[in-house]
Write a protein that binds this ligand. Structure first.
Ligand code: ADP
Ligand code: MG
Ligand code: MG
Length: 493
């Protein structure tokens, strides 16, 4: 084992298991089993990040938030960018239909009540020694709560066990030169606090506008509605937010599936007030569902989504934000001159562009550049990733599957081709179901951005903390709940 003996690993494992249980690093056991299990985690920080690069990507969170808001306010661009994909992909088409119906409905103004918990994900590109963006998540960005707990846990472990810094600090970390105070190498921000502060501020904004028109309005009735999947395992990351929202702001959160919303919630068409059967009013809809076609098994779920979008509630996210977070829009943003159309600051454009990997549209396979890259990818599939218009992990195509799709799919407009980011492999201790293994791993860094705006009036725009997900180097995909990856933290050096 790298720099640690069996006894030392066992001591850390016990500390981590206890900390996880005591502080909510938990999720529901797999279907068929009862109870809670710990979230898969790495025993120690698994990703080395130069402090300068970390600060650089933190600095991108605010401009990315602003960029999403600008794009979301431009229906023409959204429709144009997604038109070809929507012809091929029913899910994209259905989302666009909802968007069109909201804008064409009685209260188009409600489409721009935006709350965002964005998370921009990066991998370290070994060749250029820079952090390149994998994607920008605008819907259901998970682990905001548990990443905060992870940072606290790894700080505690690094501070508590002297053997981790003895014999040249970082012996267990591949020999990086680290300061004596190892604890200070794990960055900490209160992502939980920032997210619930944004929820509470949105509820206060909602209540202020309701108060001004309805003397009978009771602010206690305004709630945050968390829209959830009925088979969700990752409940604790969500419930920490529910608990903290009450503890810190005395604001209630209610959990419902799209189906339950369709059955129970009533939208007042004239004023856009969405009421639950309890009489509570939805001030914020917070989607931890609705990003995958699996979340819309029948028309009932689509009806519910339309209802949410047509309400006066702040939407986290709105359908426009969800569309802006799509892979197709990511590829469009990387085209020459596009960022400049949406952001005033040249410096912001330069900084954002620096983190873009190479991306290609596949709408027109006869276009010379597209033809060329498709041919190159068929010959060198290990240099590329083929991505459909999907979220939630497990959807991308690699290697042989990528070649097959490029050769056989008649229409690739709903896919984008992306440069494969080759990240450094590092040995880490991964803990899953109580069992610890030492393995070759790859890591992905997520940076959260929290944003709140009402019809273009910016109320909150901030960077809010980091998350690392670490997977076996032999696995292509990285979802934690999907079983591919472990939660971890960055170690700054
Ligand atoms: P999703 O929205 O499904 O999470 P991602 O774009 O994040 O889609 O892709 C899922 C996973 O695939 C990532 O977490 C990462 O592990 C891997 N991946 C995605 N894009 C790349 C890339 N360009 N290079 C290397 N790995 C990638
Ligand atoms: Mg995603
Ligand atoms: Mg992802």
């Amino acid at each position: 084992m790298v720099g640690l003996d069996e006894e030392e690993v066992s001591v850390i494992r016990n500390e981590v298991l206890t900390y996880a249980a005591a502080n909510g690093l938990l999720m529901l056991a797999a279907s068929g089993e009862v109870g809670l299990v710990h979230v898969p985690v790495s025993l120690l920080p698994a990703m080395a990040v130069p402090r300068k690069l970390f600060e650089e990507v933190r600095g991108l969170a605010e401009p990315f938030n602003a960029l999403v808001e600008r794009l979301a306010g431009d229906p023409g661009v959204i429709r144009e960018t997604l038109a070809a994909a929507a012809k091929q992909d029913d899910f994209t088409k259905s989302l666009l239909d909802i968007y069109t119906r909201v804008l064409g409905g009685p209260r188009p103004d409600v489409a721009r009540k935006n709350l965002a918990v964005n998370r921009s994900d990066y991998m370290m590109d070994e060749a250029s020694q820079s952090l390149l963006q994998v994607e920008l998540n605008t819907i259901s960005s998970s682990f905001g709560a548990q990443s905060t707990v992870m940072a606290q846990m790894h700080k505690q472990v690094l501070g508590k066990f002297d053997f981790l810094s003895e014999g040249g600090s970082g012996g267990w970390f591949g020999g990086e030169a680290l300061p004596d105070c190892l604890e200070s190498c794990v960055p900490y921000e209160d992502t939980i606090g920032d997210i619930v502060q944004a929820f509470a501020t949105a509820v206060a904004e909602y209540s202020k506008s309701r108060d001004s028109v309805d003397a009978g309005f009771d602010s206690k009735s305004a709630v945050v509605l968390m829209v959830v999947q009925d088979d969700e395992r990752n409940i604790m990351d969500q419930q920490i937010l529910e608990q903290e929202l009450w503890k810190r702001h005395k604001v209630r959160m209610v959990r419902k599936t799209l189906k339950e919303i369709r059955d129970e919630a009533v939208l007042d068409g004239a004023d856009g007030i969405l009421r639950l059967a309890s009489g509570q009013e939805v001030a914020v809809s917070y989607l931890r569902a609705g990003y995958s076609p699996m979340d819309y098994k029948t028309d009932a779920e689509w009806d519910a989504r339309l209802t949410l979008e047509q309400s006066q509630a702040f939407k986290c996210p709105s359908i426009a934000y969800q569309l802006v977070g799509s892979k197709k829009v990511q590829q469009y943003l990387a085209e020459d001159g596009v960022l400049e159309k949406f952001l005033d600051s040249e410096e912001d454009c330069r900084n954002l562009r620096k983190c873009f990997a190479s991306l290609w549209a596949l709408d027109d396979p006869e276009e010379p550049q597209t033809k060329q890259v498709i041919e190159h990818a068929k010959m060198n599939p290990h240099l590329y990733v083929l991505k459909p218009q999907r979220e939630g992990g497990g959807n991308n195509l690699y290697d042989g599957d990528l070649v097959k799709a490029l050769e056989e799919e008649p229409d690739l407009s709903a896919y984008i081709l992306m440069q494969r980011i080759v990240a450094p492999i590092r040995k880490s201790f991964l803990l899953r179901n109580g069992e610890c293994v030492e393995a070759d791993t790859l890591s992905e860094l997520g940076i959260y951005g929290v944003y709140l705006s009402d019809n273009g009036r910016e109320i909150i725009n901030q960077c809010s903390g980091a998350l690392v997900r670490t997977k076996l180097a032999s696995s292509n995909e990285g979802g934690v709940t999907a079983g591919f990856a472990c939660l971890s933290t960055p170690l700054l050096h």
